[in-house]
Structures are given as C-alpha cells and as structure tokens.
Ligand binder design. Structure first.
Ligand code: AMP
Length: 190
C-alpha cells in the first residue's frame, strides 16, 4: 500500500499534483479542504460549524477533521493507497493519522513537502480566487492569515515525519510537469 502525505502551504499546488498522482499510482485522494467545502455546500451541521473557521482562514478543530478523515479511510477498504492533501495540518492530526494507519498495518510511506515562497503563494491564491470563486482565496488578509497559521501550527508537522525518516522536501516552483516529475522521483525511490 502506498500512503502519501502531500504537504505544503496553501497555494503550493497540492490539489493539482494530487490529481495527477492519483491517476499514475491508482490512489484515493483525500482532501480535507474539499470534504469541508462539500459539507459547507450541503449546509450540514458540520459544514456550518466549519464555515466559521474557514472564512477567517483559521483551522477547523482537530476533533472534527480527524473524525472526518477516519470515516473516509474506513469508507475505502479496497484502496491501493491514499494521498492525504491538506491533512495532517497539526501534530495532533499527524499523531491520530499514524495511530489509525498503524492499527491497519498500512503506515504512511512518505511525506512530500512542497516549498514555494510567500510572494508566489499569494499571487497563485489570488489568481485561483478569481477562477474558482473561493471566498478564502479572494481576500489578501485571509490569505496572509492562512500562511501565518501554516507557519505556526502546520509547519511543525515536518518534524514529526522527519523524526521517522519519512520527510522529503520538494521544490514547488516550476511547471506543473516539472514538479510532478520531482514528486514521482521521490515516490519511486521509497
Ligand atoms: P484547503 O482547501 O486545504 O486550503 O483548506 C481550506 C480551509 O479548510 C482551511 O483554511 C481550513 O480552515 C480548513 N481545513 C482544511 N483542512 C484542514 C485540516 N486538516 N485541519 C484544520 N482545518 C482544515
């Protein structure tokens, strides 16, 4: 089983690359951002609760996203592997994911962290906001808060995987195909 954490700040290209990787490696894509936006659109209780955090660029509480991801893993018993995109975003989430996957005997194979400088991230997100209509991509102060939250709460997750020798840094600047090639090289060397 190939279980990949695709990591990086908002706008690093995780979603774009995940779409290409699931096709090549026949994996299931689990994006907590996508799942939360679907809940929001369906106006579920979870969606209404999550909206309060998402519209400010804050993290949705760990208990909510951990419960969500565990349900999705359990709903895909025949998966050849998963790409976790936008999850884990805190060390507590990484610990919970580890526990669930270790119990199943299918631990994380590799954590691929995309690196892109802040100016480029802001440029990409504002552009995406114009195309996608995502409210949190249209307001520069919300974008800046998301990057701040990434640096404070999410970047420490790198140490969690580094300690387990599973962390690989990937240059996230270049063409989509160039970055895809770098990711595949890292995966194929696992
Ligand atoms: P994303 O699409 O990954 O940029 O996520 C959009 C928003 O959803 C984030 O700004 C958070 O408010 C929320 N979110 C997504 N994934 C998580 C997570 N793993 N933990 C907490 N909040 C999350």
């Amino acid at each position: 089983m190939l279980n990949i954490v695709l990591f990086g700040p908002p706008g690093a290209g995780k979603g774009t690359q995940a779409e290409k990787l699931i096709e090549k490696y026949n994996l299931v894509h689990l994006s907590t951002g996508d799942i939360l936006r679907a809940e929001l659109k369906a106006e579920t209780e979870l969606g209404k609760e999550a909206k309060k955090f998402m519209e400010k660029g804050e993290l949705v509480p760990d208990s909510v996203v951990i419960g969500m991801i565990v349900a999705k893993i359990d709903a895909n018993p025949n998966a050849k592997g998963f790409i976790f995109d936008g999850f884990p975003r805190t060390t507590a989430q990484a610990e919970a994911l580890d526990e669930v996957l270790n119990k199943k005997g299918t631990p994380i194979s590799i954590m691929l962290a995309l690196f892109v400088d802040d100016d480029e991230l802001i440029k990409r997100l504002l552009l995406r906001g114009k195309d996608s209509g995502r409210a949190d991509d249209q307001d520069q102060s919300i974008i800046e808060n998301r990057i701040k939250v990434y640096n404070k709460d999410t970047a420490p997750v790198i140490d969690f995987y580094d300690d387990k020798n599973k962390y690989k840094a990937i240059d996230g600047v270049g063409s989509i195909d160039e970055i895809f090639f770098r990711l595949c090289e890292a995966i194929d060397s696992v």
